[in-house]
Design a protein around this ligand. Structure first.
Ligand SMILES: Nc1ncnc2c1ncn2[C@@H]1O[C@H](COP(=O)(O)OP(=O)(O)OP(=O)(O)O)[C@@H](O)[C@H]1O
Ligand SMILES: [Mg+2]
Length: 372
């Protein structure tokens, strides 16, 4: 597209060559993205820092530059690939996108000396506006496609995570509930078979009673695992404190600033803290772990930090059974799902720090606006 526009521009302004430079915002450089022959194959290979050369000046100041004799212009920078020695005069206009933001520069060169007039500048500026819109739309489209890919990935991982959680739950129900029920059946059967012997019946019924309360405990545990009712009753802070009491092994330091958040955010933070503490118990061999919930600038930070053996966070980790490890990936997904950011810092030997930052509602709002 940039190349086709370049050809039209050369014809319309009776010039010899045209270059379209697009601004790479992150790196603050102009990248040549379109040119007329004999420079068409240079697309993507020539770069100019913002502020350098006539094009760099135009991008920086967001205003056109008419240069009748470039050898007399301090702004001109010689780029061997663009064969400046063959062209004498040039005009350069910024490509202005939405909000008059510079997205690139359009340069037109002439071999013979000439002074480009207001008419040329006006024409090039109009073409530049159209080009700028096209570039912005292409970028938006690219970003949309990227987001869609992330969303698809997320959906796939969610299904995978659900499967893993279901398998885990099936295991818990099997071991904790079905097994005791089977034993219970045997004991009740025995009681029935020895109905004439009260001592045996009493013994078997006693066993059956124990098994019933064990199965009941397991069922309660599985339900609590599905939905931490403590959150509904107490809120996040006290729930985290009670979670800290379940840690076995390292000494736990709890530092909680009370704050109420939307319920889905509280569940996410609670689950992340739960998994981070599980990891400390399972992997860290730590002597101390800190659980911290604090507020600043209207946002909330959750930190779980241990002084254990640490590790190298890597993607695609596996747990001890060789299954894909879900813990860290699940924590990240939970955080992202509620608009928070998760950072795991760890190096072997120095311990591990899990930080979740949930931004203030106002910054959430402005980031949404920007995304639109
Ligand atoms: N606090 C920690 N200290 C040391 N190593 C850790 C810590 N947290 C995680 N790891 C390492 O990172 C790996 C991945 O953790 P993750 O929670 O994703 O999986 P997992 O705990 O092994 O299995 P799962 O959570 O799926 O039951 C762990 O196997 C462990 O090696
Ligand atoms: Mg884990």
């Amino acid at each position: 597209m940039a190349e086709q526009v370049a050809v039209l521009v050369v014809e319309a302004t009776e010039s010899d060559v045209c270059f379209v430079h697009v601004l790479d915002d992150a790196r603050q450089v102009l990248v040549l993205m379109g040119a007329t022959p004999p420079f068409t194959n240079l697309s993507g290979t020539v770069e100019l820092a913002l502020g350098d050369g006539v094009a760099g000046w135009v991008a920086l100041h967001a205003e056109p530059a008419v240069v009748p004799d470039k050898w007399k212009d301090d702004r001109y920078v010689y780029i061997p690939e663009l064969r400046g020695e063959e062209y004498e005069s040039l005009v350069s206009v910024p490509l202005l996108g939405r909000g008059q933001k510079v997205v690139g520069v359009l340069n037109v060169h002439s071999q013979k000396p000439r002074r480009y007039g207001n008419h040329d500048v006006a024409l090039l500026s109009q073409v530049g506006d159209l080009l700028a819109r096209t570039i912005e739309n292409a970028r938006l489209y690219e970003r949309l496609a990227e987001r869609e890919a992330i969303l698809e990935q997320f959906a796939a991982r969610t299904v995978e995570a659900q499967e893993i959680e279901r398998r885990h739950l099936a295991g818990e129900i099997h071991d904790g509930i079905s097994q005791p029920l089977i034993s219970l059946w045997y004991h009740l059967n025995a009681a029935e078979a020895f109905a004439s012997d009260p001592a045996v019946v009493a013994h078997e019924l006693g066993k059956a009673k124990d098994l019933t309360s064990a199965a009941l405990d397991e069922a309660r545990g599985a339900i609590a695992g599905l939905r931490p009712s403590v959150l509904d009753d107490l809120g996040l802070g006290p729930s985290l404190e009670s979670l800290a009491h379940t840690v076995v092994g390292p000494e736990v330091e709890v530092d909680i600033t009370a704050s109420r958040l939307p319920s889905h955010v509280e569940v996410a933070l609670y689950r992340i803290a739960q998994e981070a503490l599980q990891n400390v118990m399972k992997h860290a061999s730590a002597s101390r772990v800190t659980l911290q919930l604090s507020t600043s600038h209207g946002g909330v930070q959750l930190v779980v930090e241990d002084d254990g053996r640490g590790f190298r966070p890597a993607q695609g980790a596996r747990n001890r059974n060789g299954d894909p490890a879900y813990g860290l990936a699940g924590m990240r997904e939970r955080a992202e799902l509620v608009g928070a950011r998760l950072q795991v810092t760890s190096t072997p030997g120095t311990g591990t720090r899990v930080l979740v930052e949930f931004p203030a509602p106002s910054s959430l709002q402005s980031s949404t606006t920007r995304a639109e």
